[in-house]
Design a protein around this ligand. Structure first.
Ligand code: MGD
Ligand code: MGD
Ligand code: SF4
Ligand code: MO
Length: 689
């Protein structure tokens, strides 16, 4: 009998699965989903079911290395940890002394969602140093801003409640691809007669499996939501009782949406007016109705407004009252852990009489090339692959090539960014270190201990930043904290959802539901959070005067001049078998992320056939992809005028070493400072033979 150990999937995925791993002779033999976990329910997605391929891959980085080739070339020589740590400490110290500590920039995101390795000892270290602070905007901050403005506090419908819904709308949410553990609840609801609709410019597997897939023009969701409100309010289909008790500003909202006739939205969204009206009526009169909003719609220029507008719909129809009603974008804000104690922002030295500056990670290209006073002179990258995933790749790569930039990369694989490191450090995987996990698609807190030994000389982020802090002479006691100390700090919270959860309980149970009411209906009786500047009256404030729609500059209804040169709207959503760039070493993933979906009409006009190599370009750059064209235009993956490139490929494996982010811009969203990855105009041409 193999020994079975517990773990937690650390990838940046809402499902945050509870894992079981069979271990034979100290080696992982099989990974599976924990059947006892109420959301994991005994299965895994395809990419992580094969994670042991990655765990034991010959490409795993096992030793510290220093670069011996040119930046980007990828030639390295093995060194020992002492040499690596000395080189890093010496250089960070001299850089901070010469240019000021703000010349050091951390760059990290969610390679692991584990709280300690996502942002624990590293945060303490950079605060103590006085380094520039990174605004971690690359994924979700536009949506967070929109959600906060709508609800005050970002709670969402429990996934387990989707089984009770009678209408489920996946709105910019690729459930089968990016959130597959919601799917069984949708299946159960449909078995009981529920309808499942998808609103998406791209017909992926989720759209194909829906009762109805509604193609929408990229970046036009606000117009659709406003027109739905027009129909609902105009036909008195709203929940007058809920609106009267728990909302504020309904009369102004009624006025505001009067002008949003379905016909007006039809022109902007590409959805027929009758279809908009029918959707609005069905949404308002089917009980319970739930919206799964994912992050797709907020990666457009006015994505915060889109999320905010959609998130107001449940308050209008009163669906928060019902088990299986409401909306879910993220559940993460319910994890009221003591992050302040973990991150220790108070360690900042304030040498300048102010806190260290903040650099937006979406603008890395600009930060490396134009930021002054002081310029970025040292970059420490971990849990992220900016050379591939950040927008405006040409600017990012030009920055990473700078001779005067000292770059440290903590990685598991030799990806694009690793090729630019001066010092490259080998990182453990989530199967090899201890961590505490919150989730953004359910309400269970989880603890994982190492299930497998750390190979070679790999170390966790926690350990590496502890060692660098020691080398730099930081004596604050918090740098001596063990991982258990750090977990206890996180659990030290007086919030009723967390209070009383202990490390012992987590070690014993592996997953623990937050101490919240069951079922959780956060806004059944108001209790909305207070948005800054609003009274804390527990009501949902429509603030109708600021609800508005304008098309993205880079869209069919945006800048006419740009559109003439670059007539296609490019979206680059998640690839079903990847995790951003994490599985870029896999050949099958590389092939899938080398694809450009085109509509048949567009392809015919451009003389492009399936499997042709195409060049996709705009004023920022170009990349080469392989055309994929569905047969009949009605069944197309995309409508005319839209192209779609599932992402994110390792640039180093692509012709010209560029991926889709050579095309995307550093333009920021309307709120939250997020990237507008999916507001991107391009031209496409066949590469001649
Ligand atoms: N398989 C897989 N799973 C993942 C990831 C992955 O890379 N692969 N990444 C993880 C991460 S980091 C995240 S943030 C989540 C994100 O999970 P999702 O938000 O579900 O993923 P996206 O692909 O960004 O967007 C979802 C859908 O929105 C659509 N979309 C794009 N533009 C628009 C628009 O303007 N309007 C509407 N209505 N829809 C639009 C896309 O075509 C896509 O089908 O997934 C996580 N899970
Ligand atoms: N065009 C386009 N670009 C996008 C997106 C898109 O949809 N389209 N999506 C955006 C979104 S939503 C996101 S979240 C970002 C994601 O971008 P990133 O956060 O860069 O995510 P990954 O590409 O998955 O890279 C994570 C890296 O962390 C490493 N890693 C994992 N665990 C650990 C660890 O414990 N320690 C260390 N040191 N390293 C570890 C992995 O090996 C991997 O290389 O990409 C963004 N970029
Ligand atoms: S990537 Fe998501 S679905 Fe797949 S195992 Fe990890 S948490 Fe579960
Ligand atoms: Mo993300």
């Amino acid at each position: 009998m193999p020994e079975v150990r517990h773990s937690v999937c650390a990838l940046d995925c809402p499902d945050c699965c509870s894992l079981l791993i069979n271990v034979e002779d100290g080696r992982g033999a099989k990974l599976r989903g924990n059947p006892a976990h109420p959301v994991t329910r005994g299965f895994l997605c395809g990419k992580v079911a094969q994670y042991l391929e990655r765990e034991y891959h010959p490409g795993r980085l096992l030793y510290p290395q220093r670069r011996i080739g040119a930046k980007g070339e990828g030639r390295f020589a093995r060194i020992c940890w002492d040499e690596a740590l000395d080189a890093i400490a010496t250089r960070l110290q001299s850089t901070a002394a010469e240019f000021g500590p703000e010349s050091v920039l951390p760059y990290s995101y969610a390679g692991t969602m584990g709280l300690l390795n996502f942002g624990g000892m590293d945060r303490r270290f950079f605060h103590r140093l006085g380094a520039s602070r990174l605004d971690r905007t690359i994924c979700s901050t536009a949506g967070m801003a929109g959600m906060t403005e709508a609800l005050g506090i970002r709670y969402g419908t429990e996934p387990e409640q989707f089984r009770h819904a009678r209408l489920i709308i996946a709105w910019g949410a690729n459930v089968l691809g990016t959130n597959v553990h919601l799917w069984p609840f949708i299946v159960e609801a449909r078995r009981n007669g529920a309808k499942f609709y998808v609103i998406d410019p791209y017909r992926n597997r989720t759209g194909a499996a829906a009762d109805k897939h509604i193609f929408i023009n990229p970046g036009s969701d606000t117009a659709l939501a406003l027109a739905m409100m027009h129909v609902i309010v105009g036909e008195n289909l709203h929940d007058a009782d809920y609106v009267a008790r728990y909302t504020e500003g309904f009369d102004a909202l009624r006025e505001r949406v009067r002008e949003w006739m379905p016909q007006r939205a039809a022109e902007l969204t590409g959805i027929a007016a009758e279809e908009i009206a029918a959707l609005a009526r069905e949404y308002a009169t089917t009980r319970p109705a739930v919206i799964r909003l994912n992050y797709g719609i907020q990666r457009s220029e006015r994505g915060a407004m889109a999320v905010r507008t959609i998130a107001l719909l449940p308050a209008i129809v009163g669906s928060w009252k019902e088990i299986g009603g409401g909306v879910q974008l993220s559940t993460s804000q319910a994890f009221h852990l003591n992050k302040r104690g973990l991150e220790r922002e108070d360690l900042q030295q304030i040498p300048l009489g102010r806190e260290a500056r903040i650099v937006n990670m979406t603008e890395l290209g600009g930060a490396l090339s134009t930021l002054g006073n002081p310029p970025v002179k040292a970059l420490v990258v971990y849990n992220s692959n900016p050379a591939a995933i950040a927008p405006n790749q040409n600017a990012v790569l030009a920055g990473l090539r700078r001779d005067d930039l000292f770059t440290v990369v903590l990685e598991q694989f030799q990806n694009d960014t690793a090729d630019y490191a001066d010092i490259l450090l080998p990182a453990t995987t989530f199967l090899e270190h201890t961590d505490l996990y919150y989730a953004y698609g359910h309400y269970y807190l989880q603890l994982a201990r190492p299930a497998l030994p750390a190979p070679g000389e790999t170390k966790s982020n926690v350990e590496v930043f502890r060692l660098i802090a020691q080398r730099m002479g930081f004596r604050d006691p918090c740098f001596g904290d063990s991982v258990d100390d750090m977990i206890r700090t996180l659990l030290d919270s007086s919030h009723p959802f967390i209070k009383g959860i202990t490390i012992e309980e987590l070690d014993r149970e592996h997953f623990v539901r937050l101490r919240m009411p069951d079922p959780f209906r956060p806004f059944a009786e108001g209790n909305f959070g207070a948005y800054p500047g609003q009274p804390a009256d527990g009501k949902c404030h429509f603030n109708a005067e600021t609800l508005d729609y304008a098309p993205p500059v880079e869209s069919r209804h945006g800048d006419a001049e740009l559109r003439r040169k670059y007539p296609f709207e490019l979206i680059s959503p998640k690839n079903d078998d990847s995790m951003n760039s994490t599985f870029g070493h896999r050949d099958a993933v590389d092939r899938e992320t080398a694809t450009l979906h085109l509509n048949g009409e567009d392809a015919a006009r451009l003389g492009i056939h399936a499997e042709d190599q195409v060049r996709v370009y705009n004023g920022r750059g170009s990349c080469v992809l392989i055309a994929s064209i569905a047969n009949a235009s009605i069944d197309s993956a995309v409508r005319p005028g839209v192209v779609c490139a599932p992402s994110v490929r390792w640039g180093k494996r692509a012709p010209g070493k560029r991926g889709v982010n050579a095309l995307t811009s550093e333009r920021l969203t309307d709120a939250g400072g997020g990237p507008a990855f999916y507001s991107c105009l391009v031209q496409v041409e066949r590469i001649g033979d």
